[in-house]
Design a protein around this ligand. Sequence first.
Ligand code: FES
Ligand SMILES: [Fe+2]
Length: 393
Amino acid sequence: MTVAKESSLRSTLPGAYYTSPAMYEIEKEQIFARSWICIGRGDALEDAGHVLTAEVAGESILVVRDRSEQLHAYFNVCRHRGTRLCTSASDAVGSTIRCPYHGWTYGLDGRLLAAPNLKEMPDLEKALYGLHPVALASWGGYLWVCLDESAGPLAGQPDSQLDAQLVQRLGSLDVMAAYGLEDLAVARTITYDVAANWKALVENFTECYHCPTIHPELTTAVPEFASGYGSISGGRWHGAELGQEMAGFSRSGRATRPPLPGLTGGAERLFYGVILLPNVFLILVPDHVAFFRIEPVSAGETRVTCDWLFERAALADASFDPGDAVELLDITNRQDFSACERCQLGMGSRTFRDGGVLVPSEHLIADFYSYLARALGLPDEEPWPVAPDGLRN
Ligand code: FES
Ligand SMILES: [Fe+2]
C-alpha cells in the first residue's frame, strides 16, 4: 500500500510476505539460519546424556550434556549416511550417541568413537568424522543456537543480538537483570499451534490498538491498555502502573505472591512487554515472567511455547498455585492468536496484494519492517517492495 509522506498512516508489508512459501524459505535462510534462536530451557538437560532436539531453519539440532556438565549442540545428522540420530524432542542417550542405522557411535563431545567393522577401513580417520557442531549459548536460563559460524555473540557486548535489543527497548540491561530470569523456575508451559505467519504474531505483540476490542480481561488488569495506546509490546518502557483496583497481574486481580526479589524502585508495580527478535517475546510483571518461544512451521503456521516462570522459592511452597496468573495471560494469548489467524485468512486475498496500513499507534511495527529489510537485503523504505522474486498473492 502506498500512502502519502505526510500521512498519519504507514504501509504494511505486501500480502505475499505473510503467505508465500517461497518468502518463508528466504526468511529461513536469511533470518533463522543467521540469528541466535532460542530452543528451550536449559534445565531440561539436567544429567549427562540428556538430549534435547529442536528444529531451526529446517535443520534438526541436538543438544546434549556431557559428563563434565558441558553442553554441546550438533547437527542431528550421522556422518555415515545422514541418518537422523535422535528423533524425539527429549531423550537420554547414556554415555554415547549411537546411530540406529549401522551403529556408528559418537562421544557426547561429538567425536566418532567407533563403527562396526572399523578394521576394514584403515583409511577412515575418525577425527574427520565427528558430529558437525553448532554454536550454543545460554541466556536467562534458556538455550540458544546459531547455525551461522560468522554471527556475532548472543549477549555480553553492546552490539550483540540480545544486548542491543534490550538496551533499545528497556533503556539499560539492568531493567531486565532485575527479574533474575535465569534463577526462576517454570511453573506452567502451554503450547499454541497458530495458523498464522510468524510475522503476524510479532506485529500483534507490538501494538495495543487491538486491546480494547479483543482483550476485556487484559484491559481490566492494565487499564492503560484500554486506550489502545499503552503499547503492550513495543519493547519500550510502558509506564503502565497496574490499576489501583488490581493488585496483581492475574485473572482475579489479586497479588498472591510478593514481587520478585530483584525488583525495586517502582519496578515492582510495572508491566513490560519485550520482543527479542527473531523468536522470543517476554512479559515482565511484578511476581513472574512469561517467556514466549516462537517457532515458524510454515508460511501460515507458527508454534508458540509459553512458559510461566516464578521465583524458585515460591514454587517450593505447598500452597503455590500459578493458576490465577496463567489464566489471565492464557486468555489473552488465545484472543491474540485467534485474531492473527483471522488476519492471516485475509492477507492471502488479491485485494491485500499491496498490503494494508498502520495507524499511528502501530507505527512501531515499521521498526520491525526495517529489521526485516536489513536481514533480507531489501530497501528499508516505503512502499515496501513486492516480495523477492516478484511473489504475489
Ligand atoms: S547412517 Fe548412521 S551409521 Fe549408517
Ligand atoms: Fe493482544
